[in-house]
Ligand binder design. Structure first.
Ligand code: DOR
Ligand code: ZN
Length: 356
């Protein structure tokens, strides 16, 4: 048995409010606990998005009632809310900015809309940027100009990890995360599909799965990567196999087993996992201690990943059938057994707001 600290996932799409047929605070936090994760940081692109006091209240109320692990909530940067967000900062974990994709009301169409957020949001909170490729370079320039920390979500490309390395060497305050699917899959990886299903919908994820050269560059530059984050983005199979498949993979329950498998293959170490799933996210997002909290894993247990054994509501995983080594046996959260041998014991409402 290996004992790990309660792990932190800084990038989770909980889907509540608004899309609870995909996931909600109850199922997302069960999924987290089953994955050895005791704190999730929730993204604001819900329906409605979390972008003012009223919507932040809606999310925090739902979380307070139903979360089974600890949590923080990001608020989202929109074109019109830069003035009102500083007053909400203390109730949130940080500010999420979608810099180059079209995400409804959180869309920031040009750089003049980035400026007020960089100027006004309290500087002791990191700005988390969804910014791919050259947009990421622009985001890092903003970090340098406004002299404040930015955290780049889900990097996936060789050019991204190399630029972040160079920026860090210059002393720019940039940190980053990488998702297991960008470490373990390339754009050519086969995805499990049932008869008649459209494989292409299941493969849709943003950032897209990248080339082998990109994946190799991430592994070669692990020292540049601050955090592992799942970007748990559940959608149902009906949605994924439809004519207009939404991008996103569930990931809370597969991250640690995949990373432990990499440890068993000597591609990674246990201290790497602790650094990138506990020490660094705790520091970057200024998270409180969780006393009497730990995760027990059997590093020798080999098994096959099966969606049918998962707690996420979305009902599928892109890693279906993958053989992994390293099973989560037990999760203790603040002195209470929250998960053991495939069963959830923490009740809905046991989870605490990390800014509470
Ligand atoms: O694949 C993705 N899914 N990327 C995103 O940035 C959003 C996410 C979602 O909310 O489904
Ligand atoms: Zn995301």
């Amino acid at each position: 048995m290996i004992k790990l600290p309660g792990l932190i996932d800084p990038h989770v799409h909980v889907r509540e409010p608004g899309q609870t047929h995909k996931e909600d605070w109850d199922t997302a936090t069960q999924s987290a606990l089953a994955g050895g994760i005791t704190t999730i940081l929730a993204m604001p692109n819900t329906k409605p998005p979390i972008f003012d006091s009223a919507t932040l209240d809606i999310a925090l109320r739902a979380a307070k009632q139903n979360a089974r692990c600890d949590y923080g909530q990001f608020i989202g940067a929109g074109p019109h809310n830069a003035d009102l967000l500083p007053a909400l900062a203390n109730r949130a974990v940080g500010l999420k900015m979608y810099l180059d994709s079209t995400f409804g009301e959180l869309r920031l169409d040009d750089m003049t809309l980035w400026t007020p957020h960089f100027e006004k949001f309290p500087k002791n909170f990191p700005l988390v940027l969804h910014a791919e490729s050259r947009t990421m370079a622009a985001g890092i320039l903003f970090a340098a100009i406004y002299d404040r920390p930015v955290h780049i979500a889900h990097i996936s490309l060789r050019e991204e990890v190399l630029l972040i390395k160079a920026a860090k060497e210059k002393g720019i305050k940039v940190t980053c995360e990488v998702c297991p699917h960008h470490l373990f899959m390339t754009k050519d990886s086969p995805l499990p599909q049932e008869e008649g299903a459209r494989a292409n919908g299941r493969k849709e994820v943003r950032p897209r799965l990248a080339t082998k050269e990109d994946v190799d560059a991430l592994w070669q530059n692990l020292a540049v990567i601050d955090c592992f984050a799942t970007d748990h983005a559940p959608h149902t199979l009906t949605e994924k196999d439809s004519d207009n498949p939404p991008p996103g993979f569930p990931g809370l329950e597969t991250a640690l087993p995949l990373l432990l498998t990499a440890v068993s293959e000597s591609r990674l170490t246990i201290p790497d996992i602790i650094e990138k799933m506990f020490t660094n996210p705790k520091k970057i997002f200024n998270l409180p201690e969780q006393p009497e909290t730990y995760v027990e894993v059997d590093e020798n247990a080999a098994y096959e990943i099966k969606a049918s054994e998962q707690f996420t509501r979305c009902g599928w995983t892109p890693f279906e059938g993958w053989k992994v080594k390293g099973k989560i046996r037990k999760v203790v959260l603040r002195g209470k057994t929250a998960f053991e041998d495939g069963k959830i014991f923490a009740e809905a409402g046991y989870g605490r707001n990390i800014r509470g």
